[in-house]
Write a protein that binds this ligand. Structure first.
Ligand SMILES: Cc1cc2nc3c(=O)[nH]c(=O)nc-3n(C[C@H](O)[C@H](O)[C@H](O)COP(=O)(O)O)c2cc1C
Length: 344
C-alpha cells in the first residue's frame, strides 16, 4: 500500500482541484516531478473519472491519487433558497440563464466513483467534506488502496484516525478552494497551516500540510512542524498543465484583485477565492445547502466563463506567487535545499 512516509521522492503533493483545474496532464506532471499528484474526482461522472484515471496512467508510471467529496444530505431552508434565487435573478437574466425553481440533492455518484477507483486500483484515495462509512474504507484497504482524509481541526483529525485512515491532509485557513470541514454547519476553525500540522502530527499518522505554500522555506517550515510533505494548489493554477480557465489565470495577476476571502456565495459551502463583485454582492446570503447552491449558481458561472467578476476564482492567500511556468519548474523550486556546507 502506498505510504507518504516511505514512497515520496520530493516532499510536495499536488492538490486535487475539481471543476476543471485537475487534468491528467497536471496530475501526472506532479508525480513525474517526484511529488505526488492528486486528481480532483468531484463533479466528474464515473465514466469521465475512469477515463481520467486511465489517461493519467498513459502519461506516467508513477503513483497518484484521486480525491472525492463525501456527500452530506442536510435539510434545506426552502425560503432562504428561494430568496437566494431571487437575489441571483438579475444576474441570471443578464447571463441569459433560467434559474431552476428547486434543485434536488445529489451525491455526485459517490458510490459508483468509489467502485471505479477500486476497480482501477488507484494507489491513494482521499476524502474531503468528511469521511466515507467504515465499510468503504475497508473495501479500499482490501483493494490495497491507501486512504487519506482532509481535516481542518484536531477534532476532525481524531475522528479520521479513529476511522482507520492511513494519512491526514491538514488544511490550514490560507488554503484555496473549498474548506474541508466535515459538516456544512460547522464553523470554520480557521487554524493556520503550521499550527494545524503541529497539532495533528502527534496523532501518529503521516501528515501532509496544505495552505499558503509558496516557497521552499514554506515547505521546510511544514516539514519542521512534523509533516511528511506540503500540498500545493494555488501555486499550480497558472501552469500550462492545469485546466484553469483563462479568466481565472489572468485574475491571479490582475492588480484589481487584491485579496482572498472565504465565502458560501457560490456553493453553500465555505471556499476561499479572490474577492470579486459576485462575492461582494452575495456573500452572507447563500443558504447552507451543498450541492444545491453550487448547482443554482452553476448556469450563471458557465455562461459567464470569461467574466472574472462572476466566476469563482478559487485561490489561496499566496496567489501572487503563482507563476506561468511548468509543473516541473514549480516543484523543483520547492525542494528544500540542504544546508550550506563549509569546508574547513
Ligand atoms: C481551484 C482549486 C480547486 C480545489 N479543489 C479541491 C478538490 O477538489 N478537493 C480537495 O480536497 N481540495 C481542493 N482544493 C483545496 C486543495 O486541496 C488545497 O487544500 C489547497 O489548494 C492548498 O492551499 P493553497 O491553495 O494555498 O496551495 C482546491 C483548491 C483550489 C485552489
Amino acid at each position: 500500500m502506498y505510504s507518504f512516509t516511505r514512497d515520496l521522492r520530493v516532499p510536495v503533493v499536488g492538490a486535487p482541484m475539481a471543476g476543471g483545474t485537475s487534468t491528467p496532464a497536471l496530475t501526472s506532471a506532479v508525480s513525474d516531478a517526484g511529488g505526488f499528484g492528486f486528481h480532483g474526482g468531484a463533479y466528474l461522472s464515473p465514466d469521465a473519472l475512469r477515463a481520467d484515471v486511465r489517461a493519467i496512467r498513459e502519461l506516467t508510471d508513477q503513483p497518484f491519487g484521486v480525491n472525492l467529496f463525501v456527500p452530506e444530505q442536510v435539510d434545506v431552508d426552502e425560503e432562504e433558497f428561494a430568496a437566494y434565487r431571487e437575489r441571483l435573478a438579475p444576474l441570471a437574466e443578464r447571463a441569459g440563464v433560467v434559474l431552476p425553481e428547486s434543485v434536488p440533492f445529489t451525491d455526485d455518484a459517490f458510490d459508483a466513483k468509489v467502485d471505479v477507483l477500486i476497480a482501477e486500483r488507484v494507489p491513494v484515495v482521499s476524502f474531503t467534506f468528511g469521511l466515507p462509512d467504515r465499510s468503504t474504507v475497508g473495501r479500499l484497504h482490501d483493494a490495497g488502496i491507501a486512504v487519506s482524509s482532509t481535516v481542518t481541526s484536531v477534532d476532525e483529525a481524531r475522528i479520521a484516525v479513529d476511522h482507520g485512515v492511513d494519512s491526514l491532509c491538514a488544511q490550514g485557513f490560507a488554503a484555496g478552494g473549498h474548506r474541508a470541514t466535515f459538516r456544512i454547519h460547522d464553523a470554520d476553525p480557521q487554524v493556520e497551516t503550521l499550527d494545524l500540522v503541529r497539532a495533528v502530527a502527534p496523532l501518529g499518522l503521516p501528515v501532509v500540510g496544505a495552505g499558503g505554500v509558496s516557497t521552499s522555506r514554506d515547505v521546510e517550515a511544514i516539514l519542521g512542524a512534523g509533516a511528511v510533505a506540503a500540498q500545493i494548489g494555488t501555486l499550480l493554477l497558472r501552469t500550462p498543465e492545469a485546466g484553469t480557465r483563462q479568466a481565472h489565470k489572468d485574475a491571479l495577476v490582475d492588480p484589481r484583485f487584491t485579496r482572498t476571502v472565504t465565502t458560501r456565495a457560490y456553493s453553500g459551502r465555505l471556499a476561499r477565492g479572490l474577492e470579486n463583485n459576485f462575492i461582494r454582492s452575495n456573500d452572507g446570503h447563500a443558504p447552507l445547502a451543498y450541492p444545491q447552491v453550487n448547482t443554482l449558481t452553476g448556469g450563471i458561472r458557465k455562461q459567464s466563463s470569461t467574466d472574472a467578476d462572476v466566476i469563482n476564482l478559487w485561490a489561496g492567500s499566496g496567489f501572487r506567487e503563482a507563476r506561468a511556468v511548468s509543473v516541473a519548474e514549480v516543484i523543483s523550486g520547492l525542494i528544500p535545499q540542504a544546508p550550506d556546507r563549509f569546508d574547513q
